[in-house]
Design a protein around this ligand. Structure first.
Ligand code: 13P
Length: 325
């Protein structure tokens, strides 16, 4: 059986990256409705089947993060999703957090939940074929935000999650996402990302999380969506790499970015530009959700006759991101 270190290495190396197909039932339902597809269990299953059966996906995708419902569903040929992924040479991951909920006493800030019972759930997910996991914490930038308490609460959750995963045999993807919402500058995003990552690595050390058996999934350092002054691709790439170099220990095997609402093309260009900011102590790759799957969903729209075209649309993004590496 592969060690945590070996699994983490497989996830981020060989010019491959991770695909996030772990939208919660509510999020997946609204994405389906957005393209005119009824948000049923069966349609969520069919859409996920489209994603995971895309031919040649394993050349650019090392692992796919699944949601709890998908892990328990089957493809039309009767295989479970993790079994189908294993046949293709792709690792199966599982989102184990139960969502970001309002933080008590905080103004619009959230804390991610899901620690209760997590040890038993990890054991079950391992039995179902998962080899890695994901937990996403969200940090909001705003007037006086983020607060110290939201940062501390969120990194505490991430570190305890990561420890439980490693104890149970799953590689944790540790995702502290500083959101793009707002009109803040690139410099402000950099400052907040730096503070959050510092707090995170302090907490991971406290909880004795093995850095060589995890993958960090951060935001890129970008300006807020509503900021009038949008930086260029090179500036985003350089600022992101500079920030990560300051705070991410070299023992971490890989950094796999979220796309966070960037267009698929821009996310790929940022990733490509970062590879020229070397030498880098870690692999820099993708763990995109929307930036990989949005064109496929848009192409499919629930129409069986567009199944292969949708798979080609996914493959175009996956290959472009692998090439950007
Ligand atoms: P996006 O790339 O769409 O931000 O999704 C990545 C993810 O897994 C968020 O948790």
């Amino acid at each position: 059986m592969a060690t945590l270190k070996e699994i983490a290495h497989t996830m981020v190396s060989n010019r491959r990256g991770v695909l996030a197909a772990d939208e919660s039932i509510a999020t997946m339902s609204s994405r389906l409705e957005g393209v005119g597809v009824a948000p049923s269990d069966e349609n969520r299953r069919t859409y996920r089947e489209l994603i995971v059966t895309t031919p040649d996906l394993a050349d650019s995708i090392s692992g796919i993060i699944l949601a709890d419902d998908t892990l328990r569903q089957e493809l039309s040929d009767g295989r479970t999703f993790p079994a189908a992924l294993a046949d293709m040479g792709i690792l199966a991951g599982i989102k184990v957090d139960t969502g970001a909920k309002p933080l008590a006493g905080a103004d619009g800030e959230k804390v991610t939940e899901g620690l209760d019972g997590l040890r038993d759930r990890v054991a079950e997910y391992v039995r179902l074929g998962a080899t890695f996991a994901k937990w996403r914490a969200v940090i909001t930038i705003g007037d006086g935000l983020p607060s110290e308490r939201s940062i501390r609460a969120n990194v505490h959750g991430l570190a305890r999650y990561a420890g439980l995963c490693q104890e149970g045999g799953l590689v944790p993807i540790v995702e502290p996402e500083v959101l793009m919402d707002g009109d803040h500058s690139l410099a402000r995003c950099q400052q907040v990302t730096r503070v959050v990552l510092r707090a995170l690595f302090d907490e991971l050390a406290l909880m004795q999380v093995r850095l060589d058996g995890m993958v960090l999934k951060p935001n890129m350092v970008v300006a807020g969506k509503e900021c009038a002054q949008q930086p260029g691709v090179e500036e985003v790439a350089q600022t992101t790499v500079d920030t990560l170099r300051e705070v991410v220990p070299p023992e971490v095997p890989g950094i796999a970015f979220l796309s966070g609402g960037q267009s698929p093309e821009l996310a790929t260009r940022h990733l490509g530009a970062m590879q020229n900011c070397g030498p880098l102590p870690w692999e820099l790759t993708y763990s995109f959700g929307r930036a990989l799957v949005a064109p496929a969903l848009e192409t499919w729209r629930g129409d069986a006759s567009r199944w292969q075209a949708a798979q080609r649309a996914l493959l175009v993004r996956a290959v472009a991101n692998a090439a950007a590496r």
